[in-house]
Design a protein. Structure first.
Length: 244
């Protein structure tokens, strides 16, 4: 196979994967606490060409990484909305283990359990206990995560961080799950802000510009394949003329 064909086809595939990443980012641009993904490019050496002794450098997406940078804090004035200023995650009891999230859009269940919109109980520090409130008195949360209701301390929100965020795997929505034997530590420097939510750190404008650039690259690679096809056609035509 012609090296131009091989290289261009690999580039097109990489750009299609990049578009998938960008599309998912844009779809979650309005999701509280969402962290955008970026593709990780690399070159793969291959001898898949018509020339047996030549190697072709193929552009590929080796993987993707998550941008954990802080999103903007937006005021909601809802006493059950919480945001984190600084590095850290809220811990919640997911259906198959502990999940971690930057989205603090919580609510109270019928039995007074503080939970996510998905129904996952918000954990308290010092164990897997869920945070429970009683009565209709307002809930107050201080910067260190301490929760009070009618002057009574209910506990402290479990806010943790990971030394290496790469151990976190994305789940549905804005949740993460720690892989392997990764252990979280208390995020003592993170501040809990009541009445606010952290917006997604995805910039729709930046993503739109990146999509335009990827599409332009896509078109250039398609033209390269068309050019290689035309060159092959002309070569075959010239060889046929010589043989006549």
């Amino acid at each position: 196979m012609d090296p131009i064909w091989v290289t261009a086809a690999s580039g097109i595939r990489a750009r299609m994967e990049a578009l998938d990443v960008l599309a998912n980012n844009i779809a979650n641009a309005a999701t509280d606490g969402y962290k955008g993904d970026r593709e990780l490019y690399n070159l793969h050496l291959s001898n898949a060409s018509r020339y047996p002794n030549s190697l072709v450098a193929l552009p590929v997406i080796e993987g993707q990484w998550t941008d954990f940078s802080q999103g903007l804090l937006q005021t909601t004035d809802n006493s059950l909305d919480f945001a984190l200023q600084g590095e850290g995650f809220f811990a919640v009891n997911g259906p198959s283990g502990t999940l971690y999230t930057r989205s603090g859009s919580f609510r109270l269940s019928k039995d007074g359990t503080l939970e996510t919109k998905e129904g996952y109980a918000v954990r308290m520090s010092g164990g897997d206990r869920a945070l429970k409130a009683g009565g209709n008195a307002a809930i107050e949360v201080s910067a260190d995560g301490s929760v009070r209701q009618a002057g009574r301390i209910l506990g402290r929100l479990e806010v943790v961080r990971f030394d290496d965020p790469k151990v976190l795997a994305k789940q549905a929505g804005s949740f993460f799950q720690a892989g392997g034997a990764a252990k979280p530590v208390a995020a003592s420097e993170a501040e809990v802000v009541q009445g606010k939510l952290e917006a997604s750190n995805v910039s729709s404008a930046d993503s739109a510009v990146r999509i335009v650039n990827v599409m332009r690259q896509f078109e250039m690679l398609q033209k390269a394949i068309s050019l290689a096809s035309e060159m092959d056609r002309q070569i075959i035509h010239e060889v046929a003329k010589v043989g006549q």
